[in-house]
Structure formats: structure tokens, C-alpha cells
Write a protein that binds this ligand. Structure first.
Ligand SMILES: *Cc1c(COP(=O)(O)O)cnc(C)c1O
Length: 365
């Protein structure tokens, strides 16, 4: 049997290590996972009630068009229903964009390094992937613009960038959008936007009004705490959304995900709480990184990329033995780990463990 040649080299996705595996392998009773930017506070209680209510409909196909949820999102963000599309996580919207827009030989531009799914899906379509190095951990928009040709179909901007946590500002994005051809689709991945209230963060929604070629990606996996349910959404010009809809599987989001997302959207109090706690947690972590003499990238989401000044794999392993799961082994940042902001107690345990690990490694070298 012969698969598509362009997929044979692709890696199988390696998720953050599950807590139960680590407990079993290392004989630990308590393990804290700060590897996948999950919400340490779980999700709204209203979400759980909505899912319970939906259980009676388990045998019935979901509403493929997510009409009720679309209505709520449209009202919340002041857009029309035909500007919204749902996916099994925003991961699936990335897949659908690649499927709808990229044919073999098309060029697509992204940062290096950034969220891996842009490249992964572009490679499946046999598109030419153009990776532009980050500058000080930030998207280098002028350098990305300079790589645009008449073959460029899609540019991906991850804001804040995963894994570095940095943002492109409104001014930087405005300058970029003024110069790029309106024939190029610009994907703004805003998976962490609900955590940010800073003035320099771009207002993607209002930019949609001036630029038909922008599509925003949002998710219920991060601040809303619904990662296991797999639901995210895209917002863009009706024409773009229609193209994405044309390649969408008929029932790509479940009843439970739709009901949960609807309830999550309505519980603003929970979101405010999570955003406030995250800000406090970010301050705590960065304060202690400074105390320990560690540099880090300015963090805007619910995670921080910190330079631990030792090979990150060694620090990852040592932290794991103390029951902390982090994320390490980045291509361009060999001495950095990425850590999710946890609860107050988790953050304290992480800083204590990190301090011990760094002392142990300093004695050895
Ligand atoms: C987590 C994340 C996503 C999507 O997650 P889903 O669970 O598929 O919605 C998308 N982009 C970035 C940058 C992320 O960090």
C-alpha cells in the first residue's frame, strides 16, 4: 500500500504526559500537570448541568450547523451567523482551512517556532511551508511579509504565540495588514485572547470589519476549560466561512460540546475569576523567575516560556521526578521550558521544585 508521499515523514503528535502515566511510572501519589495550558479551575458548574441535561439526547445526531450556539456567539461578538464556524477544537478549523485553501505547491507562511498544527496540516496538503524565525520570541511580521509571493495563500499568526507567549501588537498588525495583498488569507489564532486585557493586544473582531481576508480562531479549550469536549470556532467574512464550511464534516461537534459551550459562554463570572487568578499566577511565577535569575519571554496567555539555563530535557526529567509535568525540548530554545500557570498551590509547588532542581543541577556541573 502507498500512502501520500508527503505524509510518510510526519511525526505522530506527542501530547503532554498524562498525570496517571507519570504517577504509575514514578510511583508518585501527587502529580501536577502544567504542560498543556489547561484550566486549573476546571470549568463552570453551569457547564456540568448543561451536559447532564443533554444526556437524554445521546442517541440523536447533533445539530450539524450548531444553530443555537451560533446565535449566542453572534450576539456576544456583534457578528452575523454566517461569519461563524465550529470545529472539533480550533485544531479542526486549522485542518479545514488547510483543506479548503491549500493545494500542492501553494505557499503558506508561519513563524518558527509556533503552534505545530499549521505546518502539520499544510504538509498533509503538500503545500510549501515557509517558516520565518521569531525575533526575540516574537513574530517577525516584516520578515513574514517579505516572504509573500503570488503563490502565498495563507499566513498564520499565533497571538499570543504558543510556545513563547509573546504577542504582536495592534500597531504591528495594522502595518502588516495594510501591506499584505487582500488575496492572502491571514489566520489570527487567538486561543488565549480571553486571558488578555492589555491595550496593545489587537482587537481582531474590529479588524474583521476592514479586512475581509482575516479569520479569527478561538477555542473553548483554554479559559472556558472544555478541552476534553473538543470545540472551537472561527470568525471571518461570510465568503471565507462558507469555503471552510464546504469541507466540514456534517456532525463535527457533539451535542455535549455545543451545550457545554453555550453554558460556558453565559457564565462570565467564571471567566473573570479565571482571568484574575491567571494574572496573579503570572505575577507570582515571573517574580520568582527574577529572584532565581532566570529570564523569560513576556507572557500574555496562561503559560510562560522560561530559560532554565540547562538542557531543558534534563530539567523536564528532574521536575517530573518531583511530580511536575512541564513542556520542554523545543527546537530553537534548548534551555527553555514552557509552564502553564496553575492554581496558587500548584504554582508554589512548581517554584519550590524548580528551585531544588536548579540547585541539584548546579552542584553536578
Ligand atoms: C490550544 C491551542 C489551540 C487549540 O486547541 P483546541 O483544543 O483544538 O481548540 C489552538 N491554537 C493554539 C495556539 C493553542 O495553544
Amino acid at each position: 500500500m502507498q500512502p501520500k508521499q508527503n505524509i510518510t515523514h510526519l511525526p505522530v503528535y506527542q501530547p503532554g504526559k498524562p498525570v496517571d502515566d507519570v504517577k504509575r511510572e514514578l510511583g508518585l501519589t501527587e502529580v501536577i500537570k502544567l504542560a498543556s495550558n489547561e484550566n486549573p479551575y476546571g470549568c463552570s458548574e453551569k457547564v456540568k448541568a448543561a451536559i447532564m441535561e443533554e444526556l437524554t439526547n445521546i442517541s440523536i445526531y447533533p445539530d450539524g450547523a450548531s444553530v443555537a450556539l451560533t446565535k449566542d456567539i453572534a450576539a456576544k461578538f456583534g457578528v452575523d451567523a454566517n461569519q461563524i464556524i465550529f470545529g472539533a477544537g480550533s485544531d479542526e478549523i486549522i485542518l479545514m482551512i488547510a483543506r479548503a485553501f491549500l493545494v500542492p505547491g501553494d505557499e503558506t507562511i508561519m513563524a518558527d517556532e509556533t503552534f505545530p498544527q499549521y505546518k502539520h496540516n499544510a504538509e498533509i496538503e503538500n503545500a510549501v511551508v515557509i517558516e520565518v524565525p521569531l525575533k526575540d520570541g516574537k513574530h517577525d511580521l516584516p520578515a513574514m511579509l517579505a516572504r509573500v509571493t503570488d503563490k502565498t495563500k495563507v499566513v498564520w499568526i499565533c497571538n499570543p504565540n504558543n510556545p513563547t507567549g509573546t504577542i504582536v501588537t495592534q500597531d504591528e498588525l495594522n502595518a502588516f495588514m495594510q501591506q499584505i495583498s487582500d488575496q492572502v488569507l491571514v489566520v489570527l489564532d487567538e486561543a488565549y485572547c480571553e486571558y488578555i486585557d492589555g491595550a496593545s493586544y489587537p482587537d481582531g473582531l474590529s479588524m474583521l470589519k476592514q479586512h475581509k481576508n482575516i479569520v479569527l480562531l478561538r477555542t473553548f479549550s483554554k479559559i472556558y476549560g472544555l478541552a476534553s469536549l473538543r470545540i472551537g470556532y472561527g470568525i471571518g467574512h461570510p465568503e471565507i466561512i462558507r469555503y471552510i464550511n464546504q469541507v466540514r464534516e456534517p456532525f463535527n461537534t457533539t451535542r455535549f460540546a455545543q451545550a457545554a459551550a453555550k453554558a460556558a459562554l453565559a457564565d462570565e463570572e467564571f471567566i473573570v475569576f479565571c482571568r484574575e487568578q491567571n494574572t496573579i499566577g503570572l505575577e507570582y511565577l515571573t517574580l520568582h523567575f527574577k529572584r532565581l535569575g532566570l529570564s523569560f519571554f513576556p507572557a500574555y496567555g496562561n503559560f510562560v516560556m522560561v530559560d532554565v539555563k540547562h538542557p531543558s530535557g534534563e530539567v523536564f526529567d528532574a521536575l517530573l521526578r518531583k511530580g511536575i509535568i512541564s513542556r520542554a525540548r523545543w527546537t530553537y530554545y534548548p534551555t527553555y521550558i514552557r509552564i502553564t500557570v496553575g492554581s496558587k498551590e500548584q504554582n508554589e509547588k512548581f517554584i519550590n521544585a524548580l528551585e531544588q532542581v536548579l540547585q541539584e543541577l548546579a552542584v553536578r556541573t
